[in-house]
Design a protein around this ligand. Sequence first.
Ligand SMILES: Cc1ncc(C[n+]2csc(CCOP(=O)(O)OP(=O)(O)O)c2C)c(N)n1
Length: 350
Amino acid sequence: MEEDPVRGAGAEHDSARFLDRDDRIALLRLMATARAIEERGLSLYKQGKVTGSFYDGRGQEATAVGATFALGPQDPVCPLIRDLGAHIVKGTPPAAILAHYLGRAGGVGRGRDGNVHFGDARRGVVGMVSMLPDMMAVAVGMAWAFKLRGEQRCALSFFGDGATSVGDWHEAMNLAGLQRVPVIFVLEHNGYAYSTPSSRQFVVDPLERAAVYGIAAATVDGNDVEAVFEVTRQARERALAGEGPTLIAAQTMRMHGHGAHDDASYVPPELFEHWAARDPLECQRKRLRSLGVDVEAIDAAVRSEIELATAEALAMAEPEPAGALQDVFCEGEPLMVGRGAAPWSHFAGT
Ligand SMILES: Cc1ncc(C[n+]2csc(CCOP(=O)(O)OP(=O)(O)O)c2C)c(N)n1
């Protein structure tokens, strides 16, 4: 087994068995794309071009990207506001995302909705309901349908540790465990629910609660994209083999406040320093440098791609007021999730 520069000598590192060099480069590029879009979105917000607030997942990119990368093209994902990387992995174009932030007609939500509450059913990305942790129940429902139809698919839902204190979390866990549905729950365990530290939120860690519901549990370094990929890949294998759900606790840190309006002054500076030294993009850059990859060229390519996407989005028209009610309510047959192409999920095989 090769020595890994991120995990150090002697550390287990078998994700390389399933990821070729191009995949490992793609993981950095996908994370860098998510970060560059969010950086651009934040500056557009500060220029007054984005209404409401602005929410990002800085510091958590490896969790969103690594987990979604392990899904098959037919597997739907339910991202939350920290999981822009999931949209990128499933192939939503950066210009459409930036246009969505700007409320433009060419954005994912065609100017009907703002910030990160968007989905793209054709790509298997379910638009999020803001109420926590409602998307878990949606994922359980989809997974149950896959099981009943005998389809080789699974569903994945992300959520934060704050969501684990809401009743719906327990309902989703219970039903998923009872019905042994092919679902993967990814807990972004960043130690804070908005401003409330975990120590003031629960006595029993959510990971320990999994056994109570008959659900397999795994913990992972949420800032190591290849580790997140590997643990999710294994959870998917179990799900497709009929072995039921897995709760994955990705240990990570939200490096910004809850939204652009929140300065995160409740987080001790030492904690930010600790996690800044474990930046997920830097970890993957370090790994790729050891493989002889020109990571600076990847970063430069991503930056220029996002600058072009920003210009494209800014040039898009505002939506027509007369059509404000179009595409708001479902008319006709709803789109089936996950039937489209998922460009990065090629290795998962279904
Ligand atoms: C049921 C419900 N209550 C309150 C909110 C408002 N709210 C949005 S995010 C959030 C904190 C979520 O904490 P966590 O799940 O740990 O995510 P993090 O902020 O760490 O990303 C709250 C209270 C909500 N969306 N849903």
